[in-house]
Design a protein around this ligand. Structure first.
Ligand SMILES: [Zn+2]
Length: 368
């Protein structure tokens, strides 16, 4: 607990320092840290799906209706990403909206309507600032560092959309850079996750974000098979991206305001992780706006199965009734507490880290 507390305080200090040049931090002393981590237990074998499969249920939280995505490549001198990594990832985010693949999300509405079959790449940034830690397994980046980097990117780009319910940030770190949720190292890249998405509250605003370690750090740990674009790292990462992208749209605030999840706490992509279906000759399984990709399937309630397409838009989907909450056994840590900071204090006087780890289980076999 002391480590968690120390890390949260560090995150608060970092966030405050980011904005200190333009604002005055409120004199109010920080409240005790409400660090709250929600862990989905790892499943080493088999799909992360109930047997027999069950559909996603709606738990009342918001979804992203028309998302704008911002990509942060955190690449200090001396660190590496594969040659086409950024180009292919940027291309994927440009291609994915308005496709039969992304149309799958339109069947998961909240009270304001469904997510649209649309996703905008709002901007990209290569940050060459040093990592605050070595990034080794002995001295990994922490979730607080990822959150601080998101705030750093936001502060550096006044032209970007402000954080909000339709904005999400993806932080890409370099090959061989490791991260853990906190200094206890009980939940770390490769051993417990390949990527995750979550939210935190900064200045009274919810920030949606994704931690995206480089799949090339251990290609067999986070991917199955090869992709169509001649860059194994980028191809593997794009499937992880698709996993997190679909989940941040359909369940952007896991465990804070859960939207769509199954009764076991598995989200749209968890239920189909590492299943790809039939592959084309070039190892792609989808072609999005003319470009080939190999991405995992996503869960479709309409067919109660994993799929790569929803051919036409779906309207009038009513919320299921008789919902039950996800198993309390999947919640860890203390309840999230509201912070007493003023809404006007846009500086990060409070940084509430709430993470929903999107577990990407270790690959078992290609299910095609
Ligand atoms: Zn997931």
């Amino acid at each position: 607990m002391n480590l968690c507390l120390r890390n949260l305080l560090l995150a608060l200090c970092l966030a405050a320092a980011i904005a200190a040049s333009t604002r005055t931090v409120a004199a109010e002393p920080p409240l005790p840290p409400p660090h709250h981590v929600h862990l989905f237990p790892p499943v080493r074998t088999g799909l992360r799906n109930a047997t027999p499969p069950v559909n996603l249920q709606y738990y009342g939280g918001p979804v992203i209706h028309a998302g704008t995505m911002y990509l942060i490549y955190w690449l200090p001198p001396g660190f590496f990403m594969s040659p086409a990594y950024q180009t292919l990832i940027n291309r994927y985010f440009t291609d994915v909206g308005a496709t039969p693949l992304f149309n799958i999300v339109t069947q998961y509405p909240d009270g304001s309507g469904p997510p649209l079959n649309a996703s905008t790449l709002g901007g990209t940034w290569v940050d060459t600032a040093s990592y605050p830690r070595a990034g080794t397994t002995a001295d990994p980046l922490l979730d607080s560092d990822i959150g601080a980097e998101v705030l750093h990117a936001i502060a550096t780009h006044p032209g970007w959309n402000p954080p909000g319910p339709n904005t999400a940030y993806f932080v890409f770190t370099a090959r061989d850079v490791h991260s853990c949720i906190d200094a206890s190292k009980t939940a770390c890249f490769l051993s417990e996750y390949c990527a995750y998405h979550g939210s935190f509250v900064s200045g009274g605003v919810t920030v949606l974000y994704n931690n995206m370690p480089d799949a090339g750090t251990n290609l067999s740990g986070c991917s199955v098979g090869t992709g169509p674009n001649g860059d194994p790292e980028a191809d593997a990462e794009i499937s992880l991206i698709s996993h997190e992208h679909f989940e941040v749209v359909t369940d952007p605030q896991p465990n804070v305001a859960t939207a769509w999840s199954d009764v076991d706490g598995f989200e749209i992509a968890d239920k189909c992780a590492y299943t790809y279906g039939a592959l084309n000759a070039d190892n792609s399984n989808v072609v999005l706006h003319g470009h080939p990709y190999r991405v995992q399937q996503e869960w479709s309630n309409l067919i109660s199965a994993c799929t790569l397409s929803l051919p036409s838009s779906v309207g009038g989907i009513s919320e299921p009734t008789g919902l039950t909450r996800p198993s309390p056994g999947r919640l860890t840590g203390s309840p999230v507490r509201a912070r007493g900071t003023r809404e006007t204090d846009a500086v990060v006087a409070a940084l509430t880290l709430v993470v929903g780890i999107a577990w990407a289980k270790r690959p078992r076999s290609d299910k095609r």
